[in-house]
Design a protein around this ligand. Structure first.
Ligand code: AHR
Length: 307
């Protein structure tokens, strides 16, 4: 009961009821849905008020949402930027209004890091490296490995970083080549559509699909089957996120590996906001811990997956 709080008591100050505005990217993937649920539940379970806005993957919607949070004088803004650039002005407006901004999941490419308190999210470059290293271990001895890449949303941190990390590893192996690469916008429908185009142009020469998320991989698996090839056998399939859908595909023998990107950091975010409000020093970067799962682990782990 916040009405019982007394001034100067830090224990109680940190449990002050806050109004938190959360500008989410959209609802483009299984990952995103799990992340939205985690964040909403953590904020409301902690007794805070949530103002939620879904940007439907559009930057202009996020800028509008943040301006509306500022106008409503919220106590804190949680923000998952659709793309990395173009948010300076609105973040400066939040700073001028003395409203702290917490970056969730995706970061921004902005020099002035006083525009946000902290960035809590995964290391996407490292995820790309994990995908590359797995592939090198798996197919490093082959003479020629032709890879098609389904990139995430153009200009988004996970698309840029997952590409960079993957290329960093395979760049050291002259037998690996990315032959086709295009954005599937992190959705199943687009993943399927772009994979159909890849197959149409060079279907007999694709050895590997590297998809920047599982949803696009799952869409692509459908395209591969419709084309008459066997996913995971004729074409090695790598995804990112480790959502249930990927475990189901792996358990069915249709996908080879998924690199974990954990969306369940709502409670960690609320802890950071409360700690900041209680005057504690907050690190500028907080990482989410994650792993990697292969086909042979899928059946055993599927029942315990939480997203
Ligand atoms: O920013 C995280 C990425 O966004 C997830 O990997 C993807 O599924 C989502 O759409």
């Amino acid at each position: 009961d916040t009405s019982a709080e007394t001034e100067g008591d830090t224990e109680e100050a940190s449990s002050e009821k806050l109004v938190i505005g959360f500008s989410q990217v959209g609802a483009e993937s299984e990952w995103r849905t799990a992340n939205t649920e985690s964040m909403k539940a953590a904020i409301t379970d902690a007794g805070h008020e949530l103002k939620f806005s879904d940007a439907q993957q559009k930057q202009e919607n996020q800028i509008k949402a943040i301006r509306s949070f500022i106008a409503q004088k919220v106590d804190a803004i949680v923000f998952s930027p659709v793309v990395e650039t173009g948010f300076e002005t609105v973040l400066q407006e939040a700073k001028d209004a003395d409203i702290p901004v917490f970056l969730a999941d995706r970061s921004v490419d902005i020099e002035d890091d006083s525009l946000w308190v902290t960035f809590l999210g995964s290391d996407f470059v490292e995820e790309g490296r994990k995908a590359g290293n797995w592939l090198v271990d798996e197919l490093g001895d082959e003479d020629e490995v032709n890879i098609v890449e389904l990139q995430g949303t153009v200009g988004s941190a996970p698309a840029i970083d997952r590409k960079e990390g993957f290329e960093e590893i395979i760049g050291d192996h002259s037998n690996f080549e990315i032959t086709q690469s295009q954005s599937g916008d992190f959705t199943r429908a687009k993943g399927k559509e772009v994979m159909e185009a890849f197959l149409k142009s060079d279907g007999d020469n694709i050895d590997v699909l590297y998809a920047h998320n599982d949803d696009m991989a799952i869409g692509a698996i459908q395209a591969i089957e419709e084309y008459g090839l066997k996913p995971a056998e004729d074409i090695t399939i790598i995804g990112v996120d480790a959502v249930k859908g990927a475990f189901e595909a792996m358990a069915a023998g249709k996908m080879n590996v998924t690199i974990e990107c954990n969306p369940l950091f709502g409670p960690q975010m609320v802890d950071l906001i409360e700690a900041y409000k209680a005057g504690e020093e907050i690190p500028k970067r907080v990482a989410v811990e994650e792993s990697m799962y292969t086909m042979d682990q899928a059946e055993e782990l599927l029942p315990t997956r939480q997203y």
